[in-house]
Ligand binder design. Structure first.
Ligand code: ZN
Length: 238
């Protein structure tokens, strides 16, 4: 109980200090974090369990349709199987193991996303530029989108840009917590985001700045760094 209170106090104190020195953009961060309560691991687990929609579990016809729509070649083989195995801890943390098919598609764009809540899609380029732990961070972010799937769809309809960015920050926070919980370094997410952004900039289709749908790279890195520090402090106290 005492430990719980101490952790809560630290998270609350850290957050208000972080917010004090910030602008509108971090209000999005603040709101994103507020969705996860005091950020203590058990509380987050409980919160995510409450928020989690039932797995969609599509049939083969819909899956074929989703993949066909991407207009990219499906890659298979030993390496893909190894990759799928390496992602299992993330899927298990989010209760999606065996429930969300994974497809690797050949593409020069480093991307991962959950299509129609039915399939996790990862491109060969993303596979190539990330370590397994970094990819687990990116995939955790993508799985986190399921928790706010409908809210995000409504935000797109209403063109609520601030809410869209807030949802991205929520997914980044959930991804960092996921990494921490499965025994990876949560900073892997920041490394992957940074590399994906710079490669995207070189390809000419990504920016470091805030967009209508995404926070700036620096806001995302700052949140990750803040969470890493909080986790380290909590561990030291424990
Ligand atoms: Zn996202």
């Amino acid at each position: 109980m005492l430990k719980q209170i101490t952790l809560t106090a630290i998270f609350a104190l850290g957050l208000s200090t972080a917010i004090a020195a910030q602008t509108t953009r971090t209000t999005e961060t603040e709101r994103a974090l507020a969705r996860l309560g005091d950020l203590a691991p058990n509380a987050v687990r409980r919160r995510l369990n409450e928020m989690r929609p039932p797995a969609y579990q599509p049939g083969p016809v819909l899956l074929n349709e989703i993949i066909k729509r991407q207009e990219l070649t499906v890659v298979s083989g030993e390496r893909v199987e190894r990759l799928k195995a390496s992602l299992q801890p993330v899927l298990a943390y989010h209760k999606r193991d065996g429930k969300l098919p994974i497809y690797v598609l050949r593409s020069e764009q480093p991307k991962a996303f959950v299509a129609c809540r039915a399939a996790l899609i990862i491109t060969t380029k993303l596979m190539l530029i990330t370590s397994e732990a970094e990819l687990r961070g990116i995939v955790a972010h993508e799985l986190a989108h399921e928790y706010l799937w409908e809210e995000r769809e409504r935000a797109f309809e209403k063109k609520d840009e601030s809410l869209l960015r807030e949802i991205e920050l929520f997914c980044d926070a959930v991804a960092a917590i996921t990494l921490k919980e499965i025994g990876d370094d949560p900073a892997h997410l920041a490394r992957a985001l940074e590399r994906m952004t710079y490669i995207g900039i070189t390809a000419g289709n990504v920016t470091r700045s805030e967009t209508k749908t995404h926070p700036s790279l620096s806001a995302r890195l700052k949140l990750n760094q803040w969470l890493c520090q909080r986790f380290a402090q909590a561990t030291n106290l424990g």
